[in-house]
Design a protein around this ligand. Structure first.
Ligand code: ADP
Ligand code: F6P
Length: 472
């Protein structure tokens, strides 16, 4: 049996992803996505156990500790991966929680698998939690886990944090298993969200569906008080600042600038290839600007990084096909020999190469149709310590509530999007400096360490938990 910890984090993914190397060997890589980026940064130097899936099928090979952080893998079979992760989590909950920008699918078989797998995560967490420990459950994949842990281990403190948006009641009400999903989450002592609005939505639903009483910050349910609140997640600003100042990154950035065209303005987008990220709307806006002659390939270039994501899910495959067709069309129509209009990179990058891209971009275009937070926007700001560069940011990203000095835009409004891209391209250095300084001041104050401290000290009033974090 594995040693027990006083802090246990439970997330769908471990911070390492099981990848098959070209020679067929198993190689571990940093997991994609915001959740892994955020939690990795705070847990690396903490004595804790992280319970999660290792990214492969069946039993995971033995995993190394990451410093003082122990990893406890949860195995998934092929059927479970399809029903729990690709099915219920990413074809039912994900689209529904993102404003149903893609039609959610309700499949009864997936629900059963979701419940089974949630129980397995709860049992693993119960096994590695020492008496009186704090167990911090993450995200929509594991919404039933808080209540399951409460049944297995009534002695532990239970936290839950939702990294994605929590939808308005009228959308949530569509879920056939809405009662279990709501009750599962309210098994926690503290439920955290990215935005206040989400806590309000949950309080309304709890009152209506579960007969709970209380307010937006405290729901009285099942004879207990469940506290709720907004804790906007962030990034390790110091790490990104240091990374983007490294000689390797600066050289890479210089090389990229040279390769893209020394005198050209560079528009950059970095997303998981996901329909919530607004990639198609963005391509349309860019292509129309080229068509209208408002921008020219000889002085502007776009780089779209789209890291592969959930590749077996049908809606993701369809999206990839459509994007690749559109990139081909735009390059075919507007590109010149040796001078494409768009560079499309469907591949993962390591952090240093991402930082070099951020340093190269004159305009960072972050235009999701809906996003819990969007850490890419914050990473860009952290990488621009020279106070240059423009951030174009969707109003529908959680980050918009904080980064008010970005060029904010409604990505559904194509004319507005086109105008905002031009405004960002034409902004004066003084305007950009003012905006960037204000945004950097905000994220420096509200970095990932502040997030973890705020959440953990709200979960545990004695402050003991927060004091265990590596940086105070
Ligand atoms: P999401 O959680 O939906 O993926 P976020 O913007 O919050 O969106 O987080 C994405 C994270 O994944 C960021 O930390 C970003 O640096 C990382 N990332 C994005 N694209 C790539 C890529 N091509 N290679 C490696 N990491 C990436
Ligand atoms: O931020 C939302 C989220 O689903 C995270 O839970 C996850 O780390 C990220 O997006 C990437 O998604 P996936 O784990 O499906 O690759």
């Amino acid at each position: 049996m594995m040693r027990q910890s006083s802090l246990v984090v439970v997330a769908n993914r471990l911070p390492l992803d099981d990848n098959v190397a070209p020679d067929g060997a198993c190689e571990w890589r940093r997991s994609p996505g915001g959740l892994a980026s955020a939690l990795h940064a705070i847990l690396e130097g903490t004595t804790a156990t992280w319970v999660g899936w290792g990214g492969g099928i069946g039993a995971a090979p033995p995993l190394p500790d990451i410093g003082t952080l122990r990893l406890r893998p949860v195995a998934l079979s092929e059927d479970e991966l399809r029903g729990y992760y690709e099915g219920f989590a990413n074809t039912t909950l994900w689209p529904l929680y993102h404003d149903a920008v893609e039609q959610p699918v309700f499949d009864r078989g997936w629900w059963e698998t979701y419940r089974t797998v949630n129980r397995r995560f709860a049992e693993a967490a119960a096994e590695v939690a020492e008496p009186g420990a704090a167990v911090w459950v993450q995200d929509y994949h594991l919404q039933l886990v808080p209540q399951m842990i409460r049944e297995l281990r009534p002695d532990v403190l239970i936290g839950f944090f939702m990294h994605v948006p929590f939808p308005p009641p009228e959308l949530f009400m569509q879920l056939p298993r809405r009662l279990e999903l709501l009750g599962g989450m309210l098994g926690a002592d503290l439920v955290g969200f990215q935005r206040e609005q989400a806590a309000h939505n949950v309080a309304q639903l709890a009152g209506k569906m579960l007969g709970a009483r209380g307010a937006d910050d405290a729901i009285i349910y099942d004879g207990r008080v469940v506290r709720t609140g907004a804790f906007p997640v962030s990034i390790d600003v110091t790490e990104m600042e240091a990374l983007s100042a490294r000689p390797y990154v600066l050289n890479q950035a210089r090389q990229l600038k040279h390769d893209l065209g020394q005198h050209k303005k560079v528009l950059l987008s970095v997303d998981r290839l996901d329909y919530t990220k607004g990639i198609e709307h963005r391509l349309t806006a860019y292509s129309e600007l080229l068509r209208d002659g408002r921008i020219k390939v000889r002085d502007t270039v776009m780089v779209q990084v789209a890291v592969p994501s959930r590749e077996r899910v049908e809606s993701y495959r369809g999206l990839k096909d459509r994007i690749e067709r559109e990139v081909g069309r735009i390059n075919g129509e507007y590109g010149r020999v040796g001078e494409p209009a768009i560079h499309y990179l469907n591949q993962p990058f390591d952090r240093a190469d991402l930082a070099a891209l951020y340093r190269t971009a004159d305009v960072m275009v972050v235009t999701p149709l809906r996003d819990g937070m969007n850490l890419v926007a914050k990473e860009y700001v952290a990488a621009r310590a020279d106070d240059t560069g423009a951030l174009v940011l969707s109003e529908f990203a959680g980050a918009a509530a904080e980064l008010q000095d970005a060029f904010q835009v409604n990505p559904h409004d194509l004319d507005g999007l086109k105008k905002t891209l031009l405004d960002a391209l034409d902004a004066t250095p003084a305007d950009l400096r003012r905006r960037m300084q204000a945004m950097r001041a905000h994220i420096t104050e509200n970095d990932i360490h502040a997030w973890a401290r705020a959440y953990l000290s709200a979960l545990d009033h004695t402050g003991q938990l927060a004091r265990r974090l590596p940086r105070q």
